[in-house]
Design a protein around this ligand. Sequence first.
Ligand SMILES: C[S@@+](CC[C@H](N)C(=O)[O-])C[C@H]1O[C@@H](n2cnc3c(N)ncnc32)[C@H](O)[C@@H]1O
Length: 323
Amino acid sequence: MGALWRGWRDVLGRLGFDSAALDAKLLTGHALGLGTLQLATRENDLVDDAAAQRVAELLQRRMTGESVARIIGEREFYGLPFALNAATLEPRPETELLVDLARGVLPAGGHLLDLGTGSGCIPIAILANQPDATGIAVDLSGDALIAAKANAERNGVAERLTLLQGSWFDALAEHRTAPSPLRGEGWGEGFNAGANAESLNPLPAPSGRPLPSGERWDPAQKFNLIVSNPPYITSAVVETLSPEVKDFDPRLALDGGPDGLAPYRIIAAQAKTWLKPGGWLMVEIGYDQGAAVCALFVETNLEDVAVHRDLNGLDRVVVAHHI
Ligand SMILES: C[S@@+](CC[C@H](N)C(=O)[O-])C[C@H]1O[C@@H](n2cnc3c(N)ncnc32)[C@H](O)[C@@H]1O
């Protein structure tokens, strides 16, 4: 096994992969069903042709630029495991700052909204650390919500997280205006992440509403906290990103329109409608978007607008208060 992974390490190294050794170890271990520690302790074990072929298939995917996390189908975020699919952005470590800040303001028993939830990493990380909090997570992609549902279940927060498919705040409004006869006037249909997995269509149609009616949520409720990591890369720049991002992260998760600010305008315009007095809005931003996003929030009379930097010293999160 040692010779096998080291051989692939050398191939990746020659191709210029910075993390050639780690990638080769992780993918070899994954293909063989072994952790990196087990791999190390079985250096001299022989590998049959079928197993070597499985390893080669994964490494060849890596050579096209697909990330190790996408190949393995899982990535850790805030110390928790998150399954990925083709519709989910791979959660980034920078986004953990948003979770830290959110945890600092969400009151006991608080209720949050996450716009553009993807894998569900942000609300799931918050709810996993705040056992009395509840939340709603929205995404336009039904396929992303399938992953978010699985992740909510796996991380033990499914009963406290409702998932809604739709565009930004329209998802809330749509579910409000579609009362179910079973639920009574004013109760919208969402799909609660705690609904039975069997009730989900595993391959939802790309358009339409694949989510079955699950639990109910009260659309009259407002939020103590709205969080979002929306797509914020300008359309022109998306084309110039590394293959790992451009070819494998979903375009819907990246493209923020001609100036990268389109989702922030929608969020700024409607946040106060959905925030409780005293509630907070927090969004992840690109390193050069702090001033522009602050200006959008100030224009809508949000208070205490501030930018927070990540561990690399880059502007990463804008927060605002609805007094
Ligand atoms: C940058 S990704 C963030 C995903 C996840 N929150 C994270 O931090 O890893 C943006 C997400 O917004 C979703 N999205 C894009 N346009 C949307 C829209 N109009 N309404 C709701 N969600 C949208 C994408 O599908 C994607 O999941």
